[in-house]
Design a protein around this ligand. Structure first.
Ligand code: ZN
Length: 177
């Protein structure tokens, strides 16, 4: 049985702390396996959410789950699920491009955030197997946002175009016209 976990919001110190890496034994433990299920279940219930990091659910652990389901503002997304544990961006390609972003922990705020279009990620999956792979497009953006969370970095820290800040209502209008 999965349950919805309560989210932490901007201002909570846990979102500003470095998350703890997990050992292989910890990853495969029943407690972490359950937490992964609960994270996916919680994310599924966030209509606009495509990724969530453990600190956003009150756990200072270096893991995030990604589920790029189509949302009202991104209806063309191709659904892809990825569990990233102890993730590390080992290479960044080219230059950064500004892309729209919000955060489940910062409910009402959207802005343009400079992100690399392509990154190489090393991570452990839910079976404690290590992977290394290149990601581009939307997945690359989500990965950079999620890895930042595990270092106590929030998207607002990276906004350069501060005039791009928008409320959720205005963002939704812009994206669904
Ligand atoms: Zn976030």
């Amino acid at each position: 049985m999965s349950k919805i976990l309560r989210k932490t919001e901007f201002g909570n110190p846990i979102l500003r702390s470095a998350a703890k890496h997990l050992s292989s034994d910890e990853i495969t433990s029943p407690a972490i396996q359950q937490l992964i299920q609960d994270m996916y279940y919680t994310l599924e219930h966030k209509e606009y959410g495509v990724g969530i990091a453990a600190p956003q659910l009150g756990r200072l652990l270096a893991m995030s789950v990604i589920d790029t389901k189509p949302t009202p503002t991104r209806p063309d997304l191709v659904r892809q699920k990825l569990t990233i544990i102890n993730p590390e961006i080992v290479q960044r390609y080219g230059h950064k491009v500004e892309q729209w972003e919000g955060c489940i922990s910062g409910s009402e705020l959207y802005a343009k955030v400079p992100r690399y279009l392509k990154v190489r990620l090393r991570w452990y999956d839910e079976a404690a197997q290590v992977h290394e792979e290149d990601f581009d497009g939307f997945m690359a953006q989500v990965i950079q946002h999620e890895v930042d969370h595990l270092h106590g970095i929030l998207f607002v820290d990276k906004v350069r175009d501060t005039k791009s800040y928008m409320t959720f209502g205005e963002y939704k209008k812009m994206r669904t016209v």
